[in-house]
Design a binder for this molecule. Structure first.
Ligand SMILES: [Zn+2]
Length: 132
């Protein structure tokens, strides 16, 4: 039996390295969180920029995103994507209500993502994203 506990992992655990679309060349670039700044680097074209803080992130497009009829699937990076995959995969989810905080990923995943009907479709999309 698969057991997976998504409720004790905090979204901030994934926030150090964020994979984004380079504004310059549209390739894969990295946004690294350094103190309250984001260091954007693209190894493809050499784009390099330090932006003031993570509030600037919405100006950048995340690399791991895909649109489905039900909504948008997105992840900060590969680890985050794998985490979501594991979460969807888990046939048994542990819910320790006392430990759930508002910012835990488990409680944040929208219902359509965790619904049984969407499971296989989502896992296919995630598999595609992982090879992106
Ligand atoms: Zn670039």
């Amino acid at each position: 039996m698969k057991r997976f506990n998504a409720y004790q992992k905090n979204i901030n655990d994934f926030f150090d390295d964020i994979v984004i679309v380079c504004k310059n060349c549209k390739n894969k670039a990295l946004a690294k969180q350094i103190n309250n700044n984001l260091q954007i680097t693209c190894t493809n074209c050499g784009y390099n920029k330090l932006v003031s803080d993570q509030l600037n992130l919405p100006n950048y497009e995340l690399w791991f995103t895909t649109e489905l009829n039900e909504g948008k699937l997105w992840a900060y990076n590969l680890d985050h994507l794998k985490f979501i995959e594991n979460h969807i995969n888990a046939t048994l989810r542990e819910r320790n209500l006392e430990k759930i905080s508002n910012i835990s990923i488990g409680s944040r995943l929208p219902k359509w993502m965790t619904s049984k009907n969407n499971r296989s479709k989502l896992l296919k999309e995630i598999a595609k994203l992982k090879t992106k």
